[in-house]
Design a protein around this ligand. Structure first.
Ligand code: AMP
Ligand code: ZN
Length: 101
């Protein structure tokens, strides 16, 4: 999606450093961290939110990505969060999982 900030990040338009990446997702640091470690796990595919996600396999791959990236950086204890919809605090309408440690 051309006007989506996360799609632009995935396409390398801002030169954002990826902490981790695989076939399904990229992981980068949140620009406004709410914890000492605050990562965003973002699917390469543009999906507005969890409500629009139709690919049942993708969420499994995203959670596996959470496990893989936290293992890679040695983060044993963390919270995961998905904001769905404006009223719940979703600001970027490209599905993402917050990882807070
Ligand atoms: P949400 O409120 O769940 O939609 O979360 C969006 C998150 O994206 C917020 O925590 C923002 O700080 C973060 N964010 C927005 N723009 C960028 C960016 N260019 N690079 C990294 N994180 C961003
Ligand atoms: Zn997008």
């Amino acid at each position: 999606m051309t006007d989506c900030i996360f799609c632009k990040i995935i396409n390398g338009e801002f030169g954002t450093e990826f902490v981790y990446e695989n076939e399904y997702a990229v992981v980068f640091k949140d620009i406004n961290p709410k914890a000492p470690t605050h990562l965003l796990v973002v699917p390469r595919m543009h999906v507005e939110s969890l409500n629009e996600l139709e690919d049942k396999k993708l969420m499994g791959e995203l959670l596996q990505t959470v496990k893989d990236v936290t293992k890679k950086i040695g983060l044993k204890s963390y919270k995961t969060l998905i904001n769905t919809g404006k009223e719940a605090g979703q600001e970027v309408f490209h599905l993402h999982i917050h990882v807070l440690g």
